[in-house]
Design a protein around this ligand. Sequence first.
Ligand code: PEP
Ligand code: MN
Length: 339
Amino acid sequence: MIVVLKKNASPERLKSLVSWLETKGVSVHSSVGEAHTILGLVGDTSALDIDLISALDIVEDVKRVQEPYKNANRKFHPEDTVVPVGNTRVGGGSLTLIAGPCSVESEEQVVGIARAVKAAGATMLRGGAFKPRTSPYSFQGLGARGLDFLKSARAETGLPIVTEIMDIGQLSLFADVDLIQVGARNMQNFDLLKALGRQEKPVLLKRGLSATYEEWLMSAEYVMAGGNENVILCERGIRTFETYTRNTQDLAAVPVLKKLSHLPVIIDPSHASGRSWLVPPMATAAVAAGADGLIVEVHNDPEHALCDGAQSLRPEEFAALAPRLCALHGFLAAGGETK
Ligand code: PEP
Ligand code: MN
């Protein structure tokens, strides 16, 4: 971090600022110039409050030269993180295919879809039991009963299950869930993130609707700072001026996040596009961009789905898409060589 002092900074104020900064665990290199004095802060500056330093009367400007996230930063962890989830692993060169309904509607529905997506090549089952709906009058999910139906689907198919937690008070219900999803609307629910950091289940952290990469990584940092390193990042579309699609899929997130961080990055083309016919091309583009996996909504009867039917693939559409994604992933992994 670089701190530029104002011209009239007195030597006494400079001295007291330097000793205060040193008590924060950083070493301070000062360079006294004609016009300005510049302080170079070396060491772990992640806990320093940049706004507080900027507000000091002798400070002209403060610049971070290091990212504020540490655990999620690739600089401190050059190898890709591979997150174990049940009997599968996310990251490290494999392609994770998570598929299932937006919300669990009945045992029969989720078990049927689980069987179909498993046969098509899915490696994990998704399904919301607690649903974050824009309207309080919309279907809110089956709650704890939905979690039980997901577990039945896992018992039937062997697929690990991922489902969304909405509130810290639900955590005890998630003890037997394989991967805990934090939805876009909760990306900055810091108390929830801290609680997930104190437990061992891996976390699928969706990007907030208007979150920058840095804000998203800081949310991952909340979980990791608590001791839980098993975080998977999921881009699910962001708000832009475009209204044709439900959101705008930000595919640059894949190479950027993989450069900044060692965490696996997956793409949700369903919530990003809001239209089922856009899901196959966007899923294909995500694999081409280097995503570690996809989370795709699949419903046996999209017209009558209780949530997000318009963006849900039918099982047979997912069955047509999955092998194409695997083939493209294999082709790219082989360096683009055809056999
Ligand atoms: C979901 O996965 O069904 C969901 C609600 O996602 P998001 O938080 O990305 O809107
Ligand atoms: Mn949904």
